[in-house]
Design a protein around this ligand. Structure first.
Ligand code: PMT
Length: 399
């Protein structure tokens, strides 16, 4: 999601400095390159070696600059950065920046930067509420600095109130929003479902299918890359959700129904790539079902058809379904498009090699509401995801 993005993370001296290890990991996992500048006080809370290890990059501190011939390297870094974050930002550093004081490596470097700056203040409640501190923060905000947090809660000093640094996840999301502010899908809310559902027979056995979640997760990743706000409702899969999505993990079709319906009113686009069980056992045994010499007949009952339900409730949303077929692909896909009131259905013949379940590629055909069709060649699921989002974008702008 952040491939090629260059981030400078300034860490100042507060207890929350230890959380920057996780923050760095989130950025690195998302593909960004992170350079850390540590103040001397910050080193009391987190070590250069730790941050160097998680970022894979040299950490900049006063010592580094003193021993390095190229003392202006940090200025070059500041000018190349896509975003400059200070987390935690202490009252001291906020005050210095607001008043043009540049007396250490971090405050000097920030003066030389022209990229967006994000501050994550963290301090004791009384310090946060101090009028001088508030004035400094307001001044920076009026100059275009973005502020995330601080949050309300229990503080390291034992007090309770506003002053706790925002979570690494929230800082990450805020940074992504800033980095993506010119992206085409920014502000668009997308709900994606992925993976199978599992319908329990007893504590050990369940009915399910071969969905790996790869198609849905590729869609979530592609939507994030375009700057969308993504909620991913996922059945049980072995994949790691892309950093930056809101993940809702479910197991059964009923749970997926509940999660999707709860989000539906607040989204603009829904893409249902999940392979939802159409039936579940009529009863689920609380104990392991014992075998006997007789054959067994299982009674199955219908699960809710989530997509059909969304089709009935549709307002502003664009509704995209998938159709997994083994025969009469066109006829079945068109039937589902109509019956579920969709804007577009993506059909895959799961018997074709390189298509459908649990492979990295797919071969799909788009069927539109207005009767158009478009066959795509064999592509990676990532490429299919991008093609589909481009197509949805056209539908969206025509609305
Ligand atoms: O996960 P992968 O291994 O990457 O595999 C990808 C995939 C094959 C699962 C994917 O490409 C795909 O085809 N997903 C839809 C599978 C499916 O359940 O198709 P269907 O034809 O049975 O259902 C039609 C549509 O109705 C689907 O969008 C489905 O999510 C939805 N549905 C189905 C049943 C149900 N009870 N509720 C639903 O919302």
């Amino acid at each position: 999601m952040l491939t090629g993005q260059r981030i400078i993370l300034g860490v100042t001296g507060g207890i929350a400095a230890y959380k920057t290890v996780l923050l760095c990991r989130l950025f690195v996992k998302a593909g960004a390159s992170v350079r850390v500048i540590l103040t001397e006080a910050a080193k009391q809370f987190v070590t250069p070696v730790t941050l160097q290890t998680v970022t894979g990059n040299q950490v900049y501190d006063e010592l580094f600059i003193a021993s390095n011939r190229y003392t202006v390297e940090h200025v070059g870094l500041a000018q190349e950065a896509d975003i400059f974050i200070i987390a935690p930002a202490t009252a001291n550093t906020i005050g210095k920046i607001a008043n043009g004081i540049a007396d250490n490596l971090l405050t000097t470097t920030i003066m030389a930067t022209t990229c967006p700056i994000l501050l994550a203040p963290a301090m004791n409640t009384q310090m946060y509420e101090n009028p001088l501190q508030k004035e400094n923060l307001a001044k920076l905000s009026s100059l275009g600095y973005k502020i995330v947090g601080p949050e309300q809660g229990e503080l390291a000093c034992g007090d309770s109130g506003r002053g706790r640094m925002s979570s690494p996840e929230d800082i990450f999301t805020e940074a992504v929003n800033l980095l993506h502010k010119d992206k085409p899908w920014r502000g668009r809310r997308v709900l994606i479902t992925a993976g199978p559902t599992q319908e329990a027979l007893d504590p050990i056995r369940f009915l399910t299918n071969h969905s790996s979640g790869k198609m849905g997760y590729a869609l979530a990743e592609a939507a994030l890359e375009l700057g969308a706000t993504v909620t991913l409702v996922s059945g049980p899969v072995k994949l790691t959700p892309p950093t930056g999505v809101t993940i809702i993990s479910v197991i059964t079709a009923q749970q997926m129904y509940d999660a999707v319906l709860a989000c539906f009113d607040n989204v603009d686009v829904v893409i249902k790539a999940a392979a939802v069980a159409d039936y579940r056992p009529a009863t689920t045994s609380e104990q392991k079902m014992k075998k006997s010499d007789d054959d067994m007949t299982l009674a199955l009952i219908r699960t809710p058809d989530i997509l059909a339900q969304l089709g009935q409730r549709k307002q502003q949303q664009l509704l995209i379904g998938f159709a997994a077929e083994t025969d009469n692909l066109r006829e079945h896909a068109l039937g589902k498009l109509k019956q579920k009131n969709l804007d577009l259905i993506v059909a895959n013949d799961i018997l074709q090699e390189g298509a459908g379940f649990n492979v990295d590629t797919n071969i799909v055909r788009f069927f539109f509401r207005d009767g158009r069709e478009r066959q795509l060649e064999k592509l990676t699921k990532r490429e299919v995801a991008h093609e589909l989002l481009e197509t949805i974008d056209e539908l969206y702008t025509k609305k």
